[in-house]
Design a protein around this ligand. Structure first.
Ligand SMILES: Cc1cc2nc3c(=O)[nH]c(=O)nc-3n(C[C@H](O)[C@H](O)[C@H](O)COP(=O)(O)OP(=O)(O)OC[C@H]3O[C@@H](n4cnc5c(N)ncnc54)[C@H](O)[C@@H]3O)c2cc1C
Length: 510
């Protein structure tokens, strides 16, 4: 009897898993497949931490599959060759998977697999993932469709009685030629750990979400930290949306007994909006699959003519710019694989405006560092924060101001930049202003023990902003920007800001 293959991609869970549900109804033997594709290892936006995280989540998934009567088949190699081999041994009737909105490589790979299925008379049944709608021409009805998907009832894992057994070995990082990850703060992998973190966040840490997410220090506890789980698909988006709605309703019903209930509800509503942004940005990549290769507004990119200055790039990438708060953030990211939204935006802004580096190389570098690398969000944000879309305001962050706002006493800087651990608070954000005498007494000589600033921060930022505005001039540029807005722009009405206090330079293009 021919088999069903359930191909696990970035959907490493048993709950709310439409392909699993469908195969449970077919009565055919089921083979669950997880592949590590060697071609992917060489891509500029892939790093061993991504492979390690997916593998860890897949191993956890294999334990959950056993509980419902299935076995995960682990394979390393080329997708087409692996499918060929399975087909020769078992005969595949149907290939079942979620739709994947990944980078341009996975897009091309899926086209090849689709052809391979056609030529082997195999039905490839793909199911919608999250709130991303395939074959959409514009965004007019996207939100309605997304919201209705979020209301679909949750599914518990189905049970199976007919499973194709796995006789191979589970690959290890060293077999693939990689060392195990050296990141600190490695999250507990898998679906159960993801649900545990979701509950902890909803029941406790979300209370201070809104006040905390802009700070690299507070967001570690009060942000959801669900992003690596979303990326591996260990949780479905609709589960998180529905559980958040339940929590909001619970707080509303019990508000007299809950201290700070209104700010908690505001925090959860703000979190829920970000969940929708996730779908919004991945939808953008779905409708423009070369977002990781081509600037959204190529005319702006051409006019900018940014240069890959290697020395600047390396200092930026390693957190050795001589700008203490920036260096602390970059070193946190290098060590832990995670940093909050505001600091990610600041990293792109520093690279793009102060250092005038091209978005593709800096974007690829950040992609390799983020454990939660999600192409749709990442490349949309890289475009926005580097000023190459033409439809977003220019946001050039002052790193010194961010540092003073979020780390007034410099404790965060001292933690991540130990060279500066003895610097008095008065100079911690601008150590180059420290008198010689103090530098000597604390054995921290600027230019020797810690670098001089790579450039003058204020001047380089001003210069970057000026060049960016002039790159946006001209009818050709504006025509492309308008086309982008029509195709990808959010149809939601802009929300009124509670405060006009801004830490960025902003100016509306339209
Ligand atoms: C240059 C740049 C690159 C980024 N690259 C990625 C990436 O590769 N992967 C990634 O998951 N996020 C990315 N983000 C968005 C954001 O920084 C992270 O989602 C967030 O920091 C993850 O932490 P959290 O799970 O605690 O977020 P929370 O604040 O708890 O938010 C919950 C979830 O909402 C989604 N979300 C939050 N903020 C955004 C946003 N601005 N846009 C879209 N979705 C959002 C994420 O899925 C997140 O897990 C990027 C932002 C910037 C500025």
């Amino acid at each position: 009897m021919a088999i069903d293959v359930v191909w696990f991609k970035r959907d490493l869970r048993t709950r709310d898993h439409a392909p699993l549900l469908s195969s449970s109804l077919s009565g055919r033997p089921v083979l669950c497949l997880f592949m590590l594709e060697e071609e992917r290892f060489k891509l500029n936006d892939t790093s061993p931490i991504h492979i390690n995280w997916e593998l860890d989540c897949a191993i956890e998934l294999s334990k959950n599959l056993k509980k419902i009567g299935l076995e995960m088949h682990f394979h390393v190699g080329n997708a087409e060759e692996i499918f060929d081999e399975i087909n020769k041994i078992y005969g595949i009737e149907r290939l079942l998977s979620h739709e994947e909105t990944g980078n341009s490589w996975s897009y091309e790979r899926d086209k090849k697999i689709s052809k391979w299925c056609d030529s082997n008379n195999i039905i490839w049944q793909e199911y919608p993932n999250n709130g991303v709608v395939r074959r959409l021409k514009n965004r007019d009805f996207w939100k309605k469709e997304r919201d209705s998907r979020m209301r679909i009832p949750l599914n518990e894992p189905p049970l199976f009685s007919n499973c194709v057994l796995f006789k191979g070995n589970i690959p290890r990082m060293e077999d693939l030629g990689f060392a195990n990850s050296v990141l600190t703060d490695w999250p507990k992998p898998g679906e159960e750990a993801a649900m545990e973190r979701l509950n902890e966040f909803l029941d406790r840490d979300s209370k201070r979400y809104s006040q905390s997410i802009s700070s690299p220090i507070l967001s570690i506890k009060h942000g959801s930290r669900l992003s690596p789980y979303f990326t591996a698909g260990a949780l479905s988006m609709r589960r998180v949306v529905q559980k958040t709605n339940e929590k909001i309703n619970f707080i509303k019903m019990n508000k007299t007994a809950i201290e700070g209930h209104s700010s908690w509800i505001r925090s959860l509503s703000s979190f829920r909006r970000r969940l929708a942004w996730r779908c919004h940005f991945i939808q953008k990549l779905e409708m423009g699959p070369d977002l990781d290769l081509v600037a959204q507004n190529p005319m702006i990119e051409k006019n900018m003519d940014r240069v890959l200055h290697i020395d600047r790039f390396e200092k930026w990438a390693n957190g050795n710019t001589g700008w203490p708060f920036f260096d602390a953030c970059m070193r946190q990211l290098n060590t832990t694989g995670w940093i909050n939204f505001r600091m990610r935006a600041m990293m792109m802004s520093c690279a793009s405006y102060n250092l005038w580096l091209p978005w593709r190389e800096t974007g690829e570098h950040l992609a390799r560092l983020f454990l939660d690398y999600e192409p749709g969000i990442h490349w949309s944000q890289v475009g926005m924060q580097s000023g190459t879309t033409g439809i977003n305001t220019i946001r050039a962050y002052s790193m010194t101001k961010q540092g003073k706002d979020h780390d007034p006493n410099g404790e965060y800087i001292r933690k991540w930049v130990p060279e500066l651990s003895m610097v008095p608070t008065d100079y911690i954000h601008e150590p180059w202003k420290m008198p010689e005498k103090i530098q000597k007494s604390i054995m921290c000589q600027i230019g020797k023990d810690y670098p001089e600033p790579i450039l003058n921060e204020i001047e380089s930022r001003k210069e970057g902003i000026k060049k960016s505005y002039s790159a946006r001039k001209g009818d050709d540029v504006k025509k492309i920007s308008q086309r982008i807005l029509k195709k990808h722009g959010s149809r939601s009405k802009p929300r009124k800001r509670a405060s006009s206090k801004s830490t960025t330079t902003q100016k509306k293009l339209f």
